[in-house]
Design a protein around this ligand. Structure first.
Ligand code: WQD
Length: 327
């Protein structure tokens, strides 16, 4: 009955591991520790190793009685993926093939996969529905879309069951500020805003304020990391109940602008967010937010936290962990 969590010492992985354990579910984490943090595991069992090591994964599945896998382990830097694509093909794509082969060798057939809204590229319309065409616009996004398709073919050929969760903009930290995101490792908006507000970097550079949106800045669907964790656990239950493989959007359905994030941060912190407006960033969609109706009807999942709570939790974590996990 054990759940194997690859990349469980990372940002979303560690929140999912914690929630699984709080629900009394046995967990073992496989993490290379290239970017993971031991402290983020809060004592969960860790095996340091690579998803590409098939013998290790098969042994791990057999020795721990693994029945299901949540697969987070991947590289996730969009810019880097365009400069060093091989890393993304090998780790994200080939690594997943190795992981699945090793699972199947141990007769493990359920996998929940960490996918991304970036598989849609610039959405043709919002809210984004799951049947929107996939148009990856980076090697990173292509690696996620390719893995989704590979998992589908493993379903046809080998009876693998999969749920691919297409996250929108993951953000925030645990409500008790025990675990959170390592701001040294991310270029995403929310941690950058926290860093700037806490005086740990210069002003946030806003990538354009002349978009056709109410305040001129881009709109995204920010989703709390514990809401994402909850979606993974429901996806595991879905597969355990013998329900069919599926790809689901995981977002709140609410779009927030860059300036909305600043306003929420100022409310949570009582401080001013320093920022400057610069040119648009190439490839930024003007607006992207989920239609969450299928995830709601399929998994019974709905987001509990709004932007205010996301930003407040991020503030509480970063302002008390200025050096992250200190490792
Ligand atoms: C958010 C908003 C920027 C930084 C990324 C990945 C995507 C998926 C979701 C994982 C945008 C603006 C940002 C800054 C800014 N992740 N911004 N100044 O690009 O929506 O999506 O996360 O799968 O693959 O690319 O996230 O946090 O970079 O940007 O103005 O310094 O903040 O323009 O509107 P993005 P982001």
């Amino acid at each position: 009955m054990t759940i194997l969590v690859t990349g469980g010492a990372g940002y979303i992985g560690s929140h999912t591991v914690r929630m699984l354990r709080e629900q009394g579910k046995p967990v073992v984490v496989l993490d290379s520790m290239e970017f993971g943090h031991r402290a983020a595991l809060l004592g969960a069992e860790l095996v340091v190793g690579d998803i590409r090591d098939r013998a290790l994964v098969t042994d791990l599945c057999r020795s721990h009685g693994v029945t299901q896998v949540v697969h987070f382990a991947a590289y996730k830097n969009v810019g880097e993926s365009m400069l060093e694509p091989e890393k993304y093909w090998m780790n994200n794509v080939a690594g997943t093939v190795d992981l699945v082969e090793a699972m199947l060798a141990a007769d493990v057939r359920d996998i929940v996969f960490s996918s991304s809204c970036s598989v849609y590229g610039t959405p043709e319309s919002v809210p984004v529905h799951e049947d929107a065409p996939l148009h990856p616009e980076s090697v990173y996004a292509e690696s996620k879309a390719t893995v989704e398709r590979i998992l589908g073919w493993y379903g046809v050929t080998k009876g693998l069951n999969s749920v691919s969760l297409r996250y929108f903009n993951a953000a925030g930290a645990s409500i008790d500020a025990t675990i959170g995101e390592d701001w040294a490792l991310t270029l995403n908006l929310v941690p950058l805003v926290m860093k700037a507000t806490l005086g740990r970097r210069g002003p946030v550079q806003v990538f354009g304020n002349d978009y056709p949106t109410p305040d001129g800045t881009c709109i995204r669907d920010y989703i709390h990391v514990d809401d994402l964790a909850d979606a993974h656990i429901r996806a595991l239950d879905h597969l355990a109940n013998g329900r069919p493989s599926i790809a689901l959007n995981v977002g709140t359905g609410v779009g927030s602008s860059v300036l909305d994030v600043f306003t929420a941060t100022e409310h949570a912190s009582g401080m001013t967010v320093p920022y400057e407006i610069i040119d648009r960033r190439a490839g930024d969609p003007v607006s992207s937010f989920a239609d969450p109706s299928i995830v709601r009807s399929t998994l019974g999942w709905t987001a509990r936290y709004d932007l205010g709570k996301i930003v407040e939790s991020a503030w509480n974590w970063h302002s008390t962990h200025l050096d992250g996990y200190g490792d």
